[in-house]
Design a protein around this ligand. Structure first.
Ligand code: PEP
Ligand code: MG
Length: 587
C-alpha cells in the first residue's frame, strides 16, 4: 500500500457492523433503473397494467431463481431476505395501488411505480420505530428490480471480485450481500442505509465490517484507492498516511485479538470453574438472528420478540404466514430450543396500522397479554402457529406482562382450545409444549410463589421489571440515572422470583438487557438463575466471565449485595469483589 504521501481523506458514517478492514476500494454501480414517465391514452391503460403485472411476475421468477441458487451457499436462514422481497412482491396492494395510479393519472407503468414508491417513502418516513422505518429500503429494492425488469434488464449479478477488496456502493441490497465472495470482500461501505437495515444485519451476521450512510464514497475517482473501514467508529479513511495506517493497524490487531480470545469460548460449555452449568441464549426479533445466536455460542433462543411481524401492516398476519416465519427461526436455531413470546404489542409498540391508538398512559394500557386476550381469535392464530412449529423441534411458549393468575389461566385455556382445534384438523404439535410467563410487573414477583404452580418456567424481563418497580420510564433519558438494575428493590425482586421458581421445581430465566452485562453475571449466577438470554453479541463476553467464576463465590457475592441500601453502594461492592478484570477481558 502506498502510504508515504498524504492524499488522505476521512469520511464518516454509521458504524453498522464491527471490525476493521484495509484494502482496495471497489466502487460498484448499483444505480437506479433508467425509466421515464409519460402520459398515456385511456385505451393504453389495460396494456400498461398488464405490463406491470408481467414485470412483477418476471421479478418473482428472478428472485425464486436467485433463491434456489443461494440455498446451498448461504443456508436457509439468510434466505429470509429474499423471502421478505417475495412477500412484498406478492402484496396485492402493490399492483392495486400502482394500477390505480396508471388509471387515474393516465401515466405509463414505470411512472406509476415511481409515484407509488414516492408515496411509500412518505408513509414510512412517518414511522417512529427506526427499525420499521428502515424497512422502506426493502420496498425500494423490490421496486427497483421491477423497474429494471420493465426497462428490459435484470439486476446484474455482482462483477467478479478479484483480490482483497472493499466494496463501496450507493445502496447494497441484502441479495447483493448474499452474493459477495467472502474470501475477497473484506468490508462494505454504502451511501444509504442504517444500523438496522437488513444489509447491516446481514453484515453483522456474516462478521463483515460495514459503515453506512457515507456520502460521496462512490465517486469513481476513488475506485482502486487504498481504504480503511472502521466498523467500530464509523470512520472510512481513503489513502491513509503512514501514522494513521499504523494506528488503525494496531487498533485492528487489538480488536481481532479480543475477538479471537472470545471465540475460543464458542464451543466451550457455559460452566463455572466448579462445574455449574448455566444456559446462555440469545434474544431475537427476526429469523436471520437465529444463526447469529448459534455462531456466538448461544444454546438456543430465550426470547423471540414476535411483535415485529405484526407491526407496520393493516391486518394481522394469518396463521400460515406466522408459521412460515416461526419455522424459519426454528430451523436456524435447531437443535436448540426456541422460546417464542406471544405478541407484546401496545405501550411503545403500537399496531397503528390496525387501528390501535395511543393511550393516555400506554405503559399501563392495553398491551401484551391484555391485548391478546382481548382478541381471542387472533391470539389463537398465533398459538396454533407456534404449536405447529413445535412439531419440528423444541419450542416453548412465553406470555408477556402477566399481572395475575387469571391472565395465565385464560391464556392457557385458549392454548388448550388451539390444541383441540389442531387435533381436530389432524395437524401435528408437541402436546407437552412448555409454557412460561415473563415476570415484569411487581404483582407477578409478589405472586411468584402462586404463579410458579401454573407454568413450566419463569423468565424475568428486567427491562420492564425495573421500569415498573422503580416507576422509571425505561425510555426517558432524563431519568436514566435512576434506572438502576442494582437497586436493592430490584435485587430483592430477583431473589424472590428465583426462590419461588426453585421451590416449585421450575427454572428461573432472565431475558432483559441486564443479562448481557458481564458486571451483573456474578450476581445473577449467585442468585441462582438457570438461564440468561441476551443479544447475540453479548453471549461470548458473558460466557467468558461465567467460566472464571465459581458458583460458591458468586453466591457469596450475591448475598453480600443485600447488605447495602443503595444501588451505588452495591455497585461499588460488586466491583471490589470481582477479582478478574472485566474491562481487560472485553475491550
Ligand atoms: C423486558 O422487559 O425485559 C423484556 C425482555 O421485554 P421487552 O424488552 O421486549 O419489553
Ligand atoms: Mg418487557
Amino acid at each position: 500500500m502506498a502510504l508515504v504521501k498524504s492524499d488522505m481523506r476521512t469520511f464518516s458514517g454509521i458504524a453498522a457492523s464491527p471490525g476493521i478492514a484495509m484494502g482496495r476500494l471497489c466502487v460498484i454501480d448499483r444505480s437506479r433503473a433508467v425509466v421515464s414517465e409519460h402520459q398515456i391514452s385511456s385505451e393504453a391503460v389495460s396494456h400498461e397494467t398488464a405490463r406491470l403485472v408481467q414485470a412483477i411476475e418476471n421479478t418473482r421468477v428472478e428472485l425464486e431463481t436467485l433463491k434456489s441458487r443461494l440455498v446451498g451457499i448461504t443456508g436457509e436462514a439468510h434466505l429470509f431476505f429474499i423471502e421478505t422481497h417475495l412477500m412484498i412482491l406478492s402484496d396485492e396492494r402493490l399492483v392495486a395501488e400502482t394500477s390505480e395510479i396508471i388509471r387515474t393519472g393516465m401515466v405509463n407503468a414505470e411512472g406509476a411505480l415511481r409515484r407509488a414508491m414516492h408515496r411509500y417513502r412518505e408513509t414510512f418516513a412517518g414511522i417512529e420505530d427506526p427499525y420499521l422505518r428502515e424497512r422502506i429500503s426493502d420496498v425500494e429494492t423490490v421496486i427497483e428490480r421491477v423497474l429494471h425488469s420493465m426497462s428490459g434488464g435484470t439486476v446484474e449479478p455482482l462483477p467478479e471480485q478479484d483480490g482483497k477488496i472493499i466494496i463501496a456502493a450507493h445502496d447494497f441490497s441484502p441479495a447483493d450481500m448474499l452474493q459477495v465472495n467472502r474470501n475477497n470482500v473484506l468490508a462494505i461501505i454504502t451511501e444509504i442505509g442504517g444500523q438496522t437495515s437488513h444489509t447491516a444485519i446481514l453484515a453483522r451476521a456474516l462478521d463483515m465490517p460495514a459503515v453506512m450512510g457515507v456520502e460521496g464514497i462512490t465517486d469513481f475517482l476513488l475506485d482502486g484507492a487504498t481504504v480503511i473501514v472502521d466498523g467500530l467508529s464509523g470512520a472510512v479513511i481513503v489513502e491513509p498516511d503512514q501514522e494513521t495506517f499504523q494506528s488503525l493497524l494496531r487498533r485492528k490487531q487489538h480488536y481481532e485479538y479480543v475477538q479471537c480470545e472470545l471465540l475460543k469460548t464458542v464451543y466451550l460449555p457455559a460452566v463455572t470453574l466448579d462445574g455449574h452449568a448455566m444456559s446462555l441464549r440469545g434474544n431475537v426479533e427476526i429469523p436471520e438472528e437465529g444463526a447469529s445466536v448459534l455462531g456466538h455460542g448461544g444454546s438456543g433462543v430465550g426470547l423471540y420478540r414476535t411483535e415485529m411481524l405484526f407491526m407496520n401492516r393493516t391486518c394481522m398476519p394469518d396463521e400460515e404466514e406466522q408459521l412460515m416465519i416461526y419455522r424459519t427461526m426454528q430451523q436456524a436455531v435447531a437443535p436448540h430450543p426456541l422460546t417464542i413470546r406471544t405478541l407484546d404489542a401496545g405501550g411503545d409498540k403500537l399496531l397503528e396500522g390496525m387501528g390501535q391508538n395511543a393511550e393516555v398512559n400506554p405503559a399501563l394500557g392495553v398491551r401484551a397479554i391484555r391485548l391478546s386476550l382481548s382478541m381471542p381469535d387472533e391470539f389463537k392464530k398465533q398459538l396454533r402457529a407456534i404449536l405447529r412449529v413445535s412439531a419440528d423441534g423444541p419450542v416453548q411458549i412465553m406470555f408477556p406482562m402477566i399481572s395475575g393468575i387469571e391472565e395465565v389461566r385464560r391464556a392457557k385455556a385458549l392454548l388448550e382450545e388451539a390444541k383441540q382445534e389442531l387435533t381436530a384438523s389432524g395437524a401435528a404439535f408437541d402436546g407437552n409444549i412448555k409454557v412460561g410467563v415473563m415476570i415484569e410487573i411487581p404483582a407477578a414477583f409478589i405472586l411468584a410463589d402462586l404463579l410458579a404452580h401454573e407454568v413450566d418456567f419463569f423468565s424475568v424481563g428486567t427491562n420492564d421489571l425495573i421500569q415498573y418497580t422503580l416507576a422509571i420510564d425505561r425510555s426517558n433519558e432524563q431519568l436514566s440515572h435512576m434506572y438502576q438494575p442494582l437497586h436493592p428493590a430490584v435485587l430483592r425482586s430477583l431473589r424472590r422470583v428465583v426462590q419461588a421458581a426453585h421451590s416449585a421445581g421450575i427454572p428461573a430465566c432472565l431475558c432483559g438487557e441486564m443479562a448481557g452485562d458481564p458486571l451483573y453475571l456474578p450476581v445473577l449466577l449467585g442468585l441462582g438463575f438457570d438461564e440468561l438470554s441476551m443479544g447475540a453479541g453479548s453471549i461470548l463476553r458473558v460466557k467468558q466471565i461465567l467460566r472464571r467464576c465459581t458458583l460458591e463465590r458468586a453466591a457469596r457475592i450475591a448475598e453480600g449485595c443485600f447488605a447495602f441500601s443503595t444501588a451505588a453502594e452495591v455497585e461499588m461492592y460488586l466491583k471490589s469483589q470481582i477479582t478478574f478484570d472485566i474491562a481487560e477481558s472485553i475491550d
